[in-house]
Design a protein around this ligand. Structure first.
Ligand code: PGA
Length: 251
């Protein structure tokens, strides 16, 4: 049995006071969340505060991105070792917003995954197709290309500590969730690709679904065989919604 994992991706949201209330509400409920890994990924600037608030709980913190270089003249960037230094144990890599808005290529995402692993961070590697790619029947080939790029550069050694998140781009922030069947199909495809390389790793790795997950659609998504939890955007900014989704994952 794979232990479920639910990660909250706050994206560029949250003030110190909002984060304070949100995380306190969540940590108050932490003891009711058994047999589940919970990861909070706030904006960089809120990481020290969130890490402090999570002290003494099982909640972990993660970054939303990292730079591949360890230090130096990279204005505006944050390295993996800085995330570790501030108490992060996870980092999201290759989110579709990074790929689409900031031009991150498959090669760069693979490099970032390798860097995260080398720093001791557990990468949450995001893959997923756009609406156009789905409509043109290219979902499988796009996801395969994205996963293979990571395996080729970073190697299977980044898994199973690493995590894969399948996030169809057309489902992110749109309220249009993939059906459980659509999601399961791609999750099985991803696990199958990993199985070709290493069957033990494929059996252990957690594959999360992301894209408009809410308390009402989480139960049927998480019931699918190859869906091991979720990467939650909008609903992770409301403690009640995020906690409801986390509870679903423990069933
Ligand atoms: P959403 O975002 O839950 O708001 O759709 C998911 C994500 O981008 O990780």
């Amino acid at each position: 049995m794979r232990r479920p994992l639910v990660a909250g991706n706050w994206k560029m949201n949250g003030t110190t006071s909002h984060a304070w209330r949100l995380v306190n509400e969540m940590t108050d409920a932490a003891s009711s969340l058994e047999a589940l890994d919970v990861v909070i990924c706030p904006p960089f600037i809120l990481i020290p505060q969130v890490v402090k608030q999570c002290e003494g709980t099982e909640f972990a913190a993660g970054g939303q991105n990292l730079e591949v270089h360890a230090e130096g003249a990279y204005t505006g960037e944050i390295s993996g070792s800085m995330l570790v230094d501030h108490g992060c144990s996870f980092v999201i890599v290759g989110h579709s917003e990074r790929r689409n808005l900031y031009g991150e290529s498959d090669a760069l995402v693979a490099e970032k995954t390798a860097t995260a692993h080398a720093c001791g961070l557990r990468p949450i590697v995001c893959v997923g197709e756009t609406l156009e790619e789905r409509e043109n029947g290219r979902t499988a080939s796009v996801v395969e290309r994205q996963v293979r790029a990571v395996i080729e550069r970073a190697g299977m050694g980044v898994f199973p500590a690493g995590i894969v998140a399948y996030e169809p781009v057309w489902a992110i922030g749109t309220g249009q969730t993939a059906t459980p069947r659509q999601a399961q199909e791609v999750h099985a495809l991803i696990r199958g690709l990993l199985r070709q390389e290493n069957s033990d790793v494929a059996a252990q790795i957690r594959i999360l679904y992301g894209g408009s997950v809410k308390p009402d659609n989480a139960p049927e998504l998480f019931a699918e065989e190859d869906i091991d939890g979720g990467l939650i955007g909008g609903a992770s900014l409301e403690a009640a919604d995020f906690l409801a989704i986390c509870r679903t994952a423990t069933h």
